[in-house]
Design a protein around this ligand. Structure first.
Ligand code: BES
Ligand code: MN
Ligand code: ZN
Length: 495
């Protein structure tokens, strides 16, 4: 979809979106439409439209307009970029994409918000764009009149040049989100380790160094833990690093974004039940978020040094698959008793964490992983779990999450949990034997691979990676949770 910013003059006809604060708090738009013999106030009142955040109203055949869609901004005194983006998303969601080709949007801001108009217009456009995403390449029988035709949003802008400038980095982020969503939405016979690694190569056009390791190189580096997971699959694993140096030499050590990239998780020999197993194609959502975030940083030329490292494998059961009770040696030298082959994400990430530390000496690390079902039991689909060894870094992440509505909730970690990972035969086991605190044990396991108190955070995104219903900024399906959060975090580190 194309996004444009034009003069504030209303078009003669077509589809108009009007964003308005709670009340409804109408401003200029009422007089502008009165000249077209449209009584907007009355129409809104007739339908009980109040302008609450998320509220929409479709008014059909208004004068020469085919439709006027109202979208609420909520309290006009408390507008934020995120709220504007959500309003844009809700507006998009309220329109029939198979009936509307071009949309004009007028943001009816209260006088005192005028100073931020360009930012708000850009954010509204970004939200609209994010919601317009669709993954329909595999439908072959859609009738012509059901095919989406929505092709352009034109924001009627107070200062089009300024708004366009503000929109530039937001477009980069939206593209990063789309990239991540599409990688997650693709089925596992299309996205598997080799093809996921190949998808990273497109970042090479953006001044990102992309290095791809195959099983032989991983073996030479001693990555026995991730290789143990890969054993049961015909598709060999990959380890991909993406290096972006937007702050140059003087920018110092990079931020490291690490991702779990299990392109399909059957559970391995500790096999999962059949029902719902198809969901496990999204077990690479952590790595997709890392790819999307690296893409966004590179396209918007963020002044920050960042590396993305993802471990990409398929967790399958076959005659060569690892067995419960097997002992593997991780790249760190620590040995692991694999008591459950379905706790494979941590076996992937532990070698990624060690590799990232040895190779890049990062100033801080964030890993993203659909690590545990238990985090969904604890937090549902509202927050990702946050586990962190550093209070300041945890606060920074929570803050970044609030700014983009990718919310985090911090969990405790300590020695008492850690102790329960001790094994009778190796340095540790990969899960606790109890069915309690499953997400914390996953995090405690990873913490054993963090060296020298490097600030490290683990985001358990199992409940956030996939939406079962439409959300303001995301149609149902892959969400790309983490792309906007990592971008926001990186912004705080820009020089
Ligand atoms: N990929 C799953 C976690 C998951 C579950 C993600 C549901 C998304 C939705 C992970 O590899 C897994 O199987 N975890 C186990 C860990 C257990 C064996 C300690 C789990 O959560 O049951
Ligand atoms: Mn698993
Ligand atoms: Zn998994």
């Amino acid at each position: 979809m194309k996004i444009a910013f034009s003069t504030p003059e209303l078009p003669k006809q077509g589809c108009l979106v009007v964003a308005v604060g709670e009340g409804p708090h109408f401003g200029k738009i009422v007089a502008l439409l009165a000249r077209r013999d449209i009584n907007l106030k009355k129409a809104a009142a007739t339908h009980g439209f109040k302008g609450k955040a998320g509220e929409t109203l479709n008014l059909l055949s208004q004068g020469k307009f085919s439709r006027i869609t109202l979208v609420g901004l909520g309290d006009a005194g408390k507008l934020t970029l995120q709220k504007m983006a959500e309003a844009g998303g809700q507006a998009c969601g309220a329109l029939p994409a198979n009936r509307v080709e071009e949309v004009f949007a007028f943001i009816d801001l209260p006088e005192k918000s005028e100073a931020k108009r360009a930012d708000f217009e850009a954010a509204f456009a970004q939200g609209f764009l994010l919601r317009s995403y669709r993954f329909d390449k595999y439908f072959t029988k859609t009738p012509k009149d059901k095919k989406p035709i929505l092709a352009q949003l034109t924001v009627l802008s107070g200062d089009a040049k300024k708004a366009r400038k503000r929109f530039e980095p937001m477009l980069a982020v939206a593209e990063g989100v789309f990239l991540a969503r599409s990688l997650v939405n693709e089925p596992a016979n299309v996205v598997y380790p080799e093809t996921l690694a190949n998808a990273c190569k497109k970042l090479r056009d953006l001044d990102v160094d992309v290095q791809i390791l195959g099983p032989a190189q991983m073996k030479a580096l001693g990555m026995g833990s991730i290789l143990g997971v890969a054993r049961g699959s015909e598709n060999p694993p990959r380890l991909v690093s993406m290096v972006y140096r937007g702050a140059g030499k003087s920018g110092g050590a990079p931020l490291a974004f690490l991702g779990k990239g299990v392109t399909f998780d059957t559970g391995g020999i500790s096999i999962k039940p059949a029902s719902g197993m198809e969901d496990m194609k999204y077990d690479m959502a952590g790595s997709a978020a890392v790819i999307g975030a690296m893409y966004a940083l590179a396209v918007r030329k963020a002044k920050v040094n960042a590396v993305g490292v993802i471990g990409v494998v398929e967790n399958m059961p076959d005659g060569k698959a690892q067995r419960p009770g097997d002992v593997v040696t991780s790249m760190s030298g620590q040995t692991i008793e694999v008591i459950n082959t379905d706790a494979e994400g941590r076996l992937v990430l532990c070698d990624v964490i060690t590799y990232a530390q040895h190779k890049f000496k990062p100033r801080a690390m964030v890993d993203l992983a659909t690590l545990t079902g238990a985090i969904i039991i604890a937090l549902g689909n509202e927050h990702a779990g946050l586990f962190c060894n550093n209070d300041d870094f945890a606060k920074q992440l929570i803050q970044a999450g609030l700014a983009v509505e990718e919310k985090l909730w911090r969990f405790p970690m300590n020695e008492a949990y850690d102790r329960q990972l001790n094994s009778d035969i190796a340095d540790m086991k990969n899960a606790s034997n109890d069915r309690v605190a499953g997400s914390i044990f996953g995090a405690q396991f990873l913490a054993r691979f963090v060296e020298k108190k490097t600030p490290w955070a683990h985001l358990d995104i199992a409940g956030m990676a996939w939406a079962r219903r439409d959300l303001p900024l995301t149609p149902k399906g892959a969400t790309a949770f983490g792309v906007r959060l990592l971008n926001q975090l990186a912004e705080a580190f820009e020089k």
